[in-house]
Structures are given as structure tokens and as C-alpha cells.
Design a protein. Structure first.
Length: 394
């Protein structure tokens, strides 16, 4: 997750935060990322608005959902999701809120990433904190419809000063969509990005589905990342896929494990080198799954964590732990039995506390919920220790 190195005055509204985008416009090595893109795809066509907590335009929401969470080194919790217009489509915008007191209170609409072109939508935000402590926000842009066949992953480094959000100039890094967090390699020299192309109808044409992996290498001498490189595409039958929403983790033997959202549940594959992949098969590590987003990643203890709907519908949101690299998922704890409870994301604080964010009833209660607990709570199935927070909604 190494998107920045040091350079003065690169962050908007900030003199004490320094950052430089990895996407320098003069760097020809990055042009491979835009081979599909139309001429205007690299245009931001949006605005970064801070302190919008009293703005009626962004307070009155018909619906909201699809959240992400990360924890900064100073303990601040960042949450992001999207909303806008009456449904998913042109006019969608990204909301970022932040808590400086462990989730007790939240700075509402601390940052809004909104399109300035009525044909554009910003959606599927993803938050993470890199090894240098930088907080990164990614989102996807597409134009004219729910999905335009190209998309485009954008990012900005953000930091809450205590009174306002600071951010770096938004940059486009790839075609496609990246809903789930990137993952660091075991040696922390590179970051792996799960970027996909959706297989849904666009103006009468259906794309071939693309389950893509990108990576960037970190130069510890120059304190600067190398370019984002497309490693390749995981081969899978188009009949299995729609939105993909895959996530990757490197196992302790240095192989790679990927879970993928399929049309009828969750699928899996592995690779030793990111070039050759095992056949994509149905994930059977838990009794039942549904076609919905999940989270899989490594905790500080070394165990793998999986947050997923343990049902054939979007209910029974559950966290599982594995101490044998995903072969079995022995410990579990039910997070929420509501219906629908969907699209979880997970972050872990430096103190080991686990935070899981998810949405409930996007068009009704419009809840963005967060729970926190310890790894020991999962091992002991201590649901009574779960701390529950309503970030937004009714």
C-alpha cells in the first residue's frame, strides 16, 4: 500500500502533511493502465468538499451503503461509503467520516467526493492505512450508467487535522473497480491490488469478466513506490461471475490466496507466482455463502480473518478465524443476524482491537454500523463483548 513519498505542498489545505502521487503525468511507465480508457476517462470531473456536516444536499439521502473502514496510527477511525440520487447510478458520491474518540462520536461529512458532471458517478470507496501510516482513500468513477465497461480506480491520501480533512490531488491509477482493500506482501516490499472488470450488460454488450491483480514495489532507499503493474488476470468461467469483488492475501508459504464473489456464492483460487492459477472452485470453508461482498485478510497475530454472510441470503454476518492458512475456519462469532446486513470491511488498530463496518437496510434504516471486539472474543465466541456503534442512519 505504498502510494506516496515525500514532497512538500502536495496536499491540499495542509502544510504539515507531505505526499507525492505515484502517478506523475510524465511517467510513461504508467500508460499501460489506461489502454481501455476513453479520452475523458482520466479527467476527475469532481470536487473534494470538506466539512459538509450542515450541507442539506449531503444530509438528505434516499439511501446509503457499501462502507469501508481503516484505523490511523494515532487511533483515528476513518469510515467511507457512498450515496446520492435515488439509487446506484450517475450522481453517486463518496462520504468520509472520522472518529477521534474510538467511535463514540463522528465528524459527519468530513469529506465528500462528489461529481461535478451529472453523468458521472463516484462509488465503491476503499480505505486502508499503509506501512508508513498514510491513510489512503480509493473510489471508482464511471460515466453515463451504473457501469460503463471501463470504470477507473482513483485515490487520494487523506488526513484529519482535528478540525478539517486534508487530502492530496485525486489521481487515476487503473481501469476497473477496486472495492476491497489491497494487501501487503509478507516481506512488506510490495502491495497487491484486487482490481476487477464487471461482467454486466453495457448498452447491449456484456464484458468478459476480469479478475485482475496489480502490484507496486516499494523502494526503501528512495522512499518511493514504483509504478503500478498489472500482473495478470485470474482465469474463470464467465458463467460464474458478475461483480467479482475479489480479495487477495499472501499465505505464509509465500503463495497467494484469492476469494471471489460469484453469481451464486463465494469462489476461491490459489497461485504460487501470480502468473499461474489453480482452477476457480466453490469456497466450502464454511457451510453456506451468498453472492455478496466479504472481507478476508491477515490479523496482527498471524491468523486469517474472514467476515462473511453465513447464509444463502444476506444475513448472519459472521467473523471466522483460521490458524492453518484458510484450510479450516475453526473459531467464529456471529456479528449481526439482521437481514439484510451486507458488505463488511475490517480494520485492526495498533492495540489489536478489530473493527468491522457494514450496512443494514440501505433504503430503509440506511444504517452504517460498526462493531469492535478483540481476537480473544472471537476465539471464545464472546458476543456479549461486542461494542456496537451506529455511524449513520436511523
Amino acid at each position: 500500500m505504498f502510494l506516496f513519498s515525500c514532497k512538500k505542498d502536495a496536499l491540499v489545505q495542509s502544510a504539515d502533511v507531505t505526499a507525492e502521487s505515484m502517478l506523475d503525468a510524465t511517467d510513461d511507465s504508467l500508460t499501460v493502465l489506461n489502454l481501455m480508457a476513453k479520452a475523458d476517462a482520466s479527467k476527475f470531473e469532481g470536487a473534494m468538499l470538506v466539512n459538509q456536516d450542515t450541507a442539506y444536499t449531503f444530509q438528505s439521502r434516499v439511501w446509503q451503503g457499501i462502507p469501508s473502514v481503516t484505523v490511523a496510527r494515532n487511533g483515528y477511525i476513518y469510515a467511507a461509503w457512498y450515496s446520492g440520487t435515488a439509487k446506484e447510478g450517475p450522481g453517486n458520491y463518496v462520504i468520509v467520516q472520522v472518529s477521534t474518540d474510538n467511535g463514540q462520536t463522528w465528524k459527519e461529512n468530513a469529506l465528500i467526493v462528489t461529481p461535478t458532471n451529472s453523468k458521472v458517478r463516484f462509488f465503491d470507496p476503499s480505505l486502508w492505512t499503509d506501512k508508513n501510516g498514510n491513510v489512503l482513500l480509493c473510489w471508482t468513477k464511471c460515466k453515463d450508467k451504473l457501469w460503463d465497461g471501463i470504470g477507473g480506480v482513483w485515490y487520494s491520501q487523506i488526513k484529519y487535522s482535528g478540525s478539517k480533512m486534508m487530502y492530496s490531488t485525486p489521481r487515476r491509477i487503473a481501469d476497473g473497480v477496486m472495492l476491497n482493500k489491497p494487501a501487503e506482501s509478507n516481506d512488506r516490499t510490495q502491495t497487491l491490488y484486487p482490481i476487477s472488470v464487471w461482467r454486466i450488460n453495457v448498452a447491449g454488450k456484456v464484458n468478459d469478466s476480469g479478475i485482475n491483480i496489480f502490484r507496486s514495489f516499494y523502494d526503501d532507499v528512495a522512499k518511493k513506490p514504483g509504478p503500478l503493474i498489472e500482473v495478470g488476470t485470474i482465469p474463470a468461467s464467465n458463467s460464474l461471475l458478475t461483480y467479482n469483488e475479489h480479495q487477495i492475501v499472501q499465505l505464509k508459504d509465500d503463495s497467494y490466496y484469492v476469494l471471489i464473489r460469484g453469481i451464486d456464492g463465494i469462489y476461491q483460487t490459489t497461485s504460487k507466482d501470480l502468473a499461474t492459477w489453480a482452477p476457480v472452485t466453490k469456497f466450502t470453508g464454511i457451510p453456506t455463502t451468498t453472492s455478496s461482498r466479504f472481507f478476508v485478510g491477515r490479523l496482527a497475530s498471524g491468523k486469517l480473518a474472514l467476515v462473511i454472510n453465513n447464509a444463502t441470503t444476506r444475513t448472519n454476518l459472521t467473523i471466522y478465524l483460521s490458524d492453518d492458512e484458510g484450510k479450516t475456519w475453526g473459531n467464529s462469532m456471529l456479528i449481526d443476524s439482521g437481514n439484510p446486513v451486507t458488505y463488511p470491511d475490517l480494520a485492526q488498530g495498533r492495540d489489536g482491537k478489530i473493527y468491522v463496518i457494514y450496512d443494514f437496510d440501505r433504503f430503509g434504516k440506511k444504517n452504517i454500523k460498526m462493531v469492535s471486539f478483540s481476537e480473544a472474543d472471537v476465539v471464545n465466541n464472546a458476543t456479549q463483548n461486542i461494542k456496537r456503534t451506529l455511524i449513520s442512519g436511523f
